[in-house]
Write a protein that binds this ligand. Structure first.
Ligand code: HEC
Length: 289
């Protein structure tokens, strides 16, 4: 048997270590955090948002102004009003927080995207456990600039008046969808979810919501440290059907939601629309580490 020179062995080991060091999460203490305030949206489907007679933002939206440009600073006030049942909420939940400020961090290593979310557990009080299994769920959606208006409205293109749990929803199986949503044309949101029970989902929202079947999500881990939740997603740049392909240098439309206090369906806190850039200027930039 031929003897392997020790130097070669050393090189092979180094190569391996370097290789695995690359596909590792960043040192989060060195990654800038952006604060995004999630608001309780009540029943404000895109149909209500775009109907000029009800919502004075509708006209500006048609001209290309984003929800965030008008509402970002007042998200907490808006959420408070909506959670209280003052408007657009026929089923207010007693004690429901109006808003949840969340720190968002992002980084990538050339083949995987890492997203970290942290927030303080808000006060709850909902008597009813809509989701008895999970105290908390965090869901995020990405659009590859294919869904009309999602660059302005974030996830709102999937929020419709006829969905289950909506006041006008008649079909209790009808979950969120995108108008003319289609996997083949790329008109869909890529969806990922972490649940506090320990499940993770890699799905999409096209003509209907599909919770699983994607191949990009590597991990979604969360824990509560004191009164703070910390959730980290690890996602490969490319996956399978329903996984948008990420490329360094590009930006994507991005929104996320937290189901707090055992809530389900539309009773979540949501972000307005934001952009996520990979090595590119955006509301949240994932730089290579
Ligand atoms: C040009 C600014 C503007 C834009 C763009 C805009 N809005 Fe509004 N929005 C308003 C104003 C002003 C109100 C207050 C009620 C009214 O006058 O219609 C409002 C009210 C609301 C309300 C009801 C809560 C409240 O405080 O009255 C919701 C929910 C809402 N907007 C969501 C959105 C979403 C989601 C988008 C994007 C898809 C959006 N808005 C885009 C200006 C805007």
């Amino acid at each position: 048997m031929k003897h392997t020179p020790p130097l070669l062995l050393l090189c092979a080991c180094l190569g391996l270590t370097l290789g695995s060091a690359q596909a590792a999460p960043p040192d989060w203490s060195k990654v800038t955090a952006s604060k995004i305030t999630l608001l309780y949206p009540g029943a404000s489907p895109i149909e209500w948002i775009t109907k000029g007679s009800d919502h004075s933002g509708a006209r500006a939206l048609r001209k290309g102004e984003s929800c965030a440009s008008c509402h970002d600073q007042e998200a907490a006030d808006m959420g408070k009003k909506l959670a209280s049942g003052q408007l657009l909420e026929p089923r207010p939940i007693k004690g429901k927080a109006g808003s949840v400020p969340v720190n968002v961090q992002a980084a990538h290593d050339g083949s995987q995207l890492y997203l970290r979310f942290s927030w303080k557990q808000p006060a709850g009080g909902g008597a009813e456990k809509m989701d008895p299994t999970n105290q908390v769920k965090l869901t995020l959606m990405l659009d590859d600039n294919k869904i009309e208006r999602a660059n302005l409205s974030g996830c709102w293109e999937s929020c419709h008046a006829d969905l289950r749990t909506m006041p006008d929803g008649k079909d209790d199986k009808k979950t969120k969808y995108v108008k003319d949503g289609n996997l083949a044309t790329g008109k869909y949101y890529d969806l990922m979810q972490w649940t506090s029970k320990g499940a993770r989902h890699d799905g999409h929202v096209a003509d209907k919501r599909v919770m699983d079947g994607g191949k990009a999500l590597v991990d979604a881990k969360g824990e509560k440290k004191g009164d703070e939740w910390v959730v980290v997603f690890t996602r490969k740049f490319t996956g399978g059907q329903g996984d948008i392909a990420l490329t360094a240098g590009k930006t994507y439309n991005f929104g996320f939601a937290i189901h707090d206090d055992h809530s389900a369906g539309r009773f979540h806190h949501v972000s307005l629309g934001h952009t996520l850039g990979l090595d590119a200027k955006a509301d949240i930039t994932a730089n290579k580490h």
